[in-house]
Design a protein around this ligand. Structure first.
Ligand code: AMP
Ligand code: GLY
Length: 429
């Protein structure tokens, strides 16, 4: 079978690598992919962009399965278009993808279905939003309603920050229409974890748990980014908590979407805040795999990903078991100079190692120029290693990071610090 992956990041490089490893797959096309996917055996980058070109390409090449990486094509209705054309695709329809593309929709959905989340209010009138913040006090979180590529959330610790965020989103329209409405919600304390499941035919199969590091600098300081590193499993998700999240978050979400006439198919990602008492609350839903969480998760996946996706599409996830490497996988993101505000492109990358079974460098913002790999985006690489312990995985990943060079590279030295701090702890898969 020929498979197509839509997207250009580290998540898509990892997906293409894993899908190409399936004995069922003859060739994986990545649209548009990056220099890393171009170098994988059995993977070919294609220049197609936009729903019409993806459809044309899938039809003319006889692509038997398409997997969508990022949220924007989902919100734009790529799944609806492929289904209407009778083509197999794994991802939610635009209607189901609202769970990510509108935070106001997601919050109301969670409230309707009793899914634990912070209390909230929605505003399009700035004066009403300012009044609400004055009454509620800080800390408080101001979120743009629409897709904002990680720039739409302000965790305000003083009132001035909250008021400024309201003015930027609603009045200044710094995020365009994505900020035409804001969700203002209560601040939650605790430890974050990424809980990603595959969904199809009303059934859900949990992938391995993971944890992301969103801030740019060591010690969780500096600006928010798309994610500077991740590891799997997340020890904060104990087996008991895993069962509770499946029961209190995933099952009502999957059943609720189906009951409302927008059944979900695809990867569903619950961003969780685990309180000190072990209570999970949902910070956000994403309707796709996480990036960089996918890179360590797929390093640990021993099952055939194509088979799991087919079970999801055909109804059989309730019988499925995913097999996971017992080891820890940890990915360190290397980002370009100037990331996240103004990443610089075009710097040559040296020292990229040949992949081996325990360490792979997944590319994100890279391109080929005169047979050299150069930087071509904010997050450039995700160096991902397996180890018997979190410290062993860290050691292996950082040994490789230290051999790779490009001008102005930014990366954190402390990916995995939370798990490393819990000596001996081991959570659910
Ligand atoms: P989101 O895109 O909604 O996940 O928000 C991005 C980041 O902002 C999250 O990963 C959290 O670190 C933080 N955040 C979002 N909502 C809250 C909240 N209600 N309380 C505390 N932190 C939050
Ligand atoms: N790493 C966070 C996300 O993919 O949304």
């Amino acid at each position: 079978m020929k498979v197509m992956v839509i997207g250009a990041g580290g998540r898509e490089h990892a997906l293409a690598w894993k899908l190409a490893a399936s004995p069922r797959v003859q060739c994986v096309f990545v649209a548009p992919g990056n220099a890393g996917s171009a170098g994988e055996d059995g993977v070919v980058n294609v220049a197609a962009s936009g729903v019409e070109q993806w459809l044309d390409f899938a039809r003319s090449e006889g692509v038997g399965l398409t997997v969508v990486g990022p949220e924007a094509p989902l919100a734009a209705g790529v799944v609806d278009a492929f289904r209407a054309a009778g083509l197999r695709i794994f991802g939610p329809t635009a209607a189901a993808a609202q769970l990510e593309s509108s935070k106001a929709y997601a919050k109301a959905f969670m409230q309707r279905h009793g899914i634990p989340t912070a209390r909230y209010a929605v505003f399009d009138d700035p004066q009403a939003a300012h009044r609400y913040v004055d009454e509620a006090g800080v800390p408080i979180v101001v979120k743009a309603d629409g897709l904002a590529a990680g720039k739409g959330v302000v965790v305000a610790t003083d009132l001035a920050q909250a008021h400024a965020a309201i003015d930027q989103f609603l009045v200044g329209r710094t995020l365009g229409n994505a900020g035409a409405r804001v969700v203002i919600e209560g601040f939650l304390e605790g430890e974050e974890a990424s809980f990603i499941v595959m969904v199809g035919a009303g059934q859900a199969l949990a992938l391995a748990t993971s944890q992301d590091h969103k801030r740019l600098r060591d010690g969780d300081l500096g600006p928010n980014t798309g994610g500077m590193g991740a590891y799997s499993p997340a020890p904060v998700i104990t087996p008991q908590l895993h069962a509770r999240v499946m029961r209190e978050v995933i099952a009502p979400a999957v059943q609720g979407l189906a009951a409302e006439g927008t059944p979900f198919t695809g990867f569903l990602y619950a961003g969780l805040m685990i309180g000190a008492d072990g209570t999970p609350q949902v910070l956000e839903f994403n309707c796709r795999l996480g990036d960089p969480e996918t890179q360590p998760i797929l390093m640990r996946l021993k099952s055939d990903l194509v088979e799991l996706i087919e079970l999801a599409l055909d109804g059989g996830l309730d019988q499925a078991q995913a097999q996971w490497d017992r080891r820890v996988a940890l990915g360190v993101v290397m980002a370009a100079a100037g990331y996240p505000e103004a990443p610089r492109s075009g710097d040559p990358i040296d020292g990229l190692p040949a992949p081996d079974a325990d360490c792979r460098v997944f590319h994100a913002g890279t391109a080929l120029a005169a047979e050299r790999v150069i930087t071509a985006g904010g997050r450039v690489l995700c160096v991902t290693a397996l180890g018997d312990t979190i410290r062993a995985a860290q050691r292996r990943a950082y040994e490789t990071v230290d051999r790779i060079h490009f001008e102005g590279a930014q990366f954190r030295r402390d990916i995995g610090h939370r798990a490393a701090g819990r000596t001996g702890a081991r959570g659910a898969a």
